[in-house]
Write a protein that binds this ligand. Structure first.
Ligand code: PMP
Ligand code: GLU
Length: 401
């Protein structure tokens, strides 16, 4: 007898970013010397004052259910963060705290999609957006961008993609995987289209504190009341404070949407971990030097990585402006043979590189970016150097390059 599984659930593919990181970790556990460029996870420890706040909460018995959409203390800390860093006014009833930004995004899509509603996702995109939209019964609609245009879409492309079924646009600036950043001018033009068409913007700003070269983050919600009302900002503590395992993300939106997302969450998961919520207050309200220190380390790693990749024959990359990923263009090596095997796509390249050189990276297909592989520089400089040495050696096996 065959088991029944829903069509929707069966159509969801596994997260390739998590799969690659898990594979690299398991190879390491078996004693294999793998360099893992896969995970988008800072290698720093969570700052001490944040851990101390959690220990204190635990010792004081803060171990029970909290309100499903988060404690008032954390919602107020999130409001202070938006005021301080983004000059945005929100009140606690507009904030929903969830189990990581991933969960916040799932709540957001669930709150706004009816079956077959369309959500516009510019490609390359972070792997989870299309699957989340499908989970919410929506239909992902992609806008293609090119490296020549810095992986940015134009308002003309956006206008063309909008139909009567469009509910939302996903914005992710700085972007995972490309590291590109939309300017204030570009966002103003996008905001105009959004307001004119009355669609939501899901603005994933999880990398907003990791922007380099003196550039600045603009949140689309800061560009006027009308667009603010249509924006669901998604953010969290995972990347900024190196707190990936604590699972705290949050949204800021109009109060109506916040209420709906809170209702959905109250049945799906109840509150996010109580102790992690206390830790998140300490992260947001506490000293920010560690964020600066991590950012400095990321800049050095990015600079090294970009220069080094562009010095290796057959591959190249553009300089990311934020986040901690580099998209390596491998189009020139496709069709060439390595170790006696022709590499025809990024999946095969990633597979061979792992097998022959013990280097893990994420192939572009999952990001809607064939011909590219993503390397994370949230790993130590020593590992970056060793990993790139191995990639260079692997590529030099082919004498045609
Ligand atoms: N958005 C983007 C663009 C990401 O790269 C990540 C990384 N996991 C997330 C959201 C989710 O972060 P988390 O669930 O760890 O808060
Ligand atoms: N966002 C990170 C990445 O893209 C972590 C893995 C995940 O959540 O998918 O690698």
């Amino acid at each position: 007898m065959s088991l029944f599984i829903s069509k929707k659930a069966s159509s969801i593919s596994p997260s390739p970013t998590l799969a690659i990181s898990a594979k690299a970790k398991s190879m390491k556990a078996q004693g294999i010397d793998v360099i893992g460029f896969g995970a988008g996870e800072p290698d720093f420890d969570t700052p001490a004052h944040i851990k101390e706040a959690a220990v204190k909460a635990l010792n004081e018995g803060f171990t029970k259910y909290t309100p499903a959409s988060g404690t008032l203390a954390l919602k107020e800390a999130v409001c202070r963060k938006f005021k301080r860093e983004n000059n945005l006014d929100y009140t606690a009833n507009q904030i929903v705290v969830s189990n990581g930004a991933k969960h916040s995004l799932v709540n957001a899509f669930t709150a706004i999609c009816n079956p077959r509603d369309e959500v516009i996702i510019p490609a390359p995109f972070w792997v989870s957006y299309p699957e989340m939209v499908k989970l919410a019964d929506g239909v992902p609609v992609f806008i293609e961008t090119t490296e020549e245009n810095r992986f940015k879409f134009t308002v003309e492309q956006l206008e063309k993609a909008i139909t009567p079924k469009t509910r939302a646009l996903v914005l992710n600036s700085p972007s995972n995987p490309t590291g590109m950043l939309y300017t204030k001018e570009e966002l103003s033009a996008i905001a105009e289209v959004v307001v004119k068409n009355n669609i939501y913007v899901i603005s994933d700003e999880i990398y907003e504190r990791l922007i380099y070269d003196g550039l600045e983050h603009t949140g689309i919600a800061s560009l006027g009341e009308a667009v603010k009302n249509l924006t669901i900002i998604v953010n969290g503590v995972s990347k900024t404070y190196s707190m990936t395992g604590w699972r705290i993300g949050f949204t800021a939106s109009n109060a109506q949407i916040a209420k709906v997302m809170g209702n959905v969450q109250s049945h799906g998961t109840s509150n996010p971990n109580s102790i992690a919520q206390v830790a998140a207050v300490a992260a947001l309200d506490g000293p920010q030097q560690d964020v600066e220190m991590m950012k400095q380390a990321f800049v050095e790693r990015r600079n090294y990585m970009v220069e080094r990749i562009n010095s290796i024959a057959g591959v190249s990359c553009s300089k990311p402006q934020g986040a901690f990923y580099v998209m390596m263009n491998i189009k020139n090596i496709l069709g060439k043979s390595f170790y006696g095997k022709v590499v025809t796509n990024a999946d095969e390249f990633a597979e061979m590189l792992l097998e022959k050189a013990n280097v893990a990276l994420v192939p572009g297909a999952g990001f809607g970016a064939e011909g590219y592989v993503r390397l994370s520089y949230a790993i130590s400089m020593e590992n970056i150097k060793e990993g790139l040495d191995r990639i260079e050696k692997f590529l030099s096996v082919d004498t045609q390059l």
